[in-house]
Design a protein around this ligand. Structure first.
Ligand SMILES: Nc1nc2c(c(=O)[nH]1)N[C@H]1C(S)=C(S)[C@@H](COP(=O)(O)O)O[C@H]1N2
Ligand SMILES: [Mo]
Length: 348
């Protein structure tokens, strides 16, 4: 595809940006989330309604020896393409389930997805531009703008060190097709193991900086308590914060819905998904390993449940012993929810 648009003749977005969650049943169909069911989230409604893949350029500027303006064709020539399975999850996923309300979109569990991304390491482009020795961070901006004059443009930043580690990708394909418009056509940043806020869509500008980026979405928003866990007791004060970063451990039952009826006395096959910020799973009954940043399917059999109510719980533990709390942990922005999920079933 040479260009992509929202819808033929679409005028522009309404005053609110599109927010779509993946229907939860999709997660039971496999470890890969299909392109047409992938959740969508934007901060501002000022999206372009069509993007021409031929005239698109990725600009690299700031503290570099040679500023760049690369076409998609040039980018694809820069290095051998890399394929990577990786989960993205909105920082505020499941926020709507907190008993103590947290500000922001009241999301359910559908603000996540796992896909196979194809692209080249951002590191390759940085090396081509030649990063200055005093470079500290890289600011990342996409094509959309705020519809209001004083709106704070959505930009995030990553450390030079993180990018130079090599696993951050500039991706043009998702599950073998061009990245769909609302998922970031024509180029999206893939930051494996990190929350969605860094996965900038319609990436157009990369600016190398000699100090930490001070834009609103890094300096004020998307920050968590800087206390190791990122959580605090409701009602206590937060003294220091740090930008949200790695995904924590999470798992779900996908085959049975909360409140479902099942047959008493007959084995109940259960399946689901689990993931974390890039550690490997150690437990048995796991599905195919699609890589350490991917969803991992799991299955098990619940031996002939007796008649009556049962509560199913799923809990993942990674290789270094990190797991999920039994009671939801909290922070003022409602980020990073990873409580052990419960699915109630009635055996009849
Ligand atoms: N250009 C752009 N990229 C963006 C955002 C945005 O508002 N604009 N939101 C970020 C956030 S907070 C999330 S959770 C993910 C959502 O990705 P998706 O829409 O593909 O699900 O995109 C990230 N990248
Ligand atoms: Mo997000």
């Amino acid at each position: 595809m040479r260009s992509c648009c929202l819808q033929a003749g679409a005028a522009s977005c309404a005053s609110r940006p599109p927010q779509l969650e993946t229907p939860f049943s999709v997660f039971n169909q496999g470890a890969i989330t299909p392109n047409d069911a992938f959740f969508v989230r934007y901060h501002w409604s000022g999206l372009p309604t069509s993007i021409d893949g031929d005239s698109y350029r990725l600009r690299v500027a700031g503290l570099v020896k040679a500023p760049l303006a690369l076409s998609l064709a040039e980018l694809k020539q820069l290095a051998e393409p890399v394929d990577m399975m990786a989960v993205t999850q909105c920082s505020g996923i499941s926020r709507g389930f907190f008993a103590l309300r947290a500000n922001g979109g009241q999301q359910g569990n559908g603000a996540m997805g796992n896909a196979r991304w194809t692209g080249i390491p951002l590191k390759t482009v940085q090396e081509k531009a030649g990063i200055g020795a005093s470079a500290v961070q890289v600011a990342l901006n996409g094509l959309e703008t705020s519809p209001v004059a004083d709106g704070l443009d959505f930009q995030t930043a990553l450390s030079v060190e993180h990018i130079m580690a090599g696993d951050v990708l500039l991706a043009w394909a998702m599950n073998g097709e061009d990245i769909p418009f609302l998922t970031g056509y024509p180029l999206r940043l893939i930051v494996p193991g990190f929350y969605g806020t860094y996965w900038v869509k319609h990436l157009s500008d990369i600016t190398v900086l000699d100090k930490p980026f001070d834009g609103f979405w890094m300096s004020t928003s998307y920050r968590i308590p800087d206390n190791g866990s990122g959580f605090i007791e409701p009602g206590t004060a937060v003294d220091k914060t740090t930008p949200i970063n790695r995904l924590n451990v999470r798992s779900f039952v996908t085959s049975v819905q909360d409140g479902a009826q099942v047959t008493a006395g007959r084995d109940l096959a259960l399946r689901g998904i689990a993931f974390d910020g890039g550690q490997n799973w150690q437990e048995a009954k796991l599905g195919k390993d699609l890589g350490r940043f991917s969803f991992r399917e799991w299955t098990m059999v619940m031996k002939a449940p007796r008649k009556g109510k049962h509560v199913l719980m799923v809990r993942a533990v990674n290789r270094i012993g990190q797991s999920q709390p039994m009671k939801a942990l909290w922070n003022p922005m409602g980020y990073m929810r990873n409580v052990v999920e419960t699915t109630r079933v009635q055996a009849v």
